[in-house]
Design a protein around this ligand. Structure first.
Ligand SMILES: [Zn+2]
Length: 133
């Protein structure tokens, strides 16, 4: 008899590493602000960053376990992709599979936004009150 095993989907190693780097940043900020708990973490992810939002969501609780952000919610916002045209100088918003100038259609462009992942904001609980940074 042949049995078929399906792989359980687990967070990719890449996203876990990204999350761990993110948590270091979060913990550093929380320490600076004197926060004892982080309730929400907002990140912005560019479609060209190579980070899968879905995998990041799965990896987050693992990376946050035992940290100041253990119970924090993760909010993911998507960044637009923008390119600057080397020919006409225009900066336009484009789609991931079509990195051409939105103005003149030239493909001599370089990405100015959309390949990064940013820590956008944190919601913190300090001794005094709830802070938002
Ligand atoms: Zn152009």
């Amino acid at each position: 008899m042949t049995r078929c095993w399906r792989w359980r989907v687990s967070p990719a190693v890449h996203e876990l590493a990204v999350c761990q780097a993110l948590m270091q940043q979060v913990e550093g900020i929380a320490r600076d602000k004197g926060a004892h708990r982080v309730t929400a973490v907002t990140v912005r992810i560019g479609p060209l960053s190579g980070v899968e939002p879905e995998l990041l969501e799965q990896a987050f609780p693992l990376a946050a376990a035992g940290s100041v952000a253990e119970t924090a919610g993760l909010v993911i916002e998507t960044l637009p992709i923008r390119v600057r045209c080397d020919t006409c100088g225009a900066e336009t918003e484009v789609s991931p599979n079509r990195l051409v100038c939105g103005d003149c259609g030239d493909w001599h462009t370089h990405v100015t936004s959309g390949d990064e992942m940013l820590l956008a904001s944190l919601q913190l609980i300090t001794d005094e009150d709830t802070a938002h940074v």
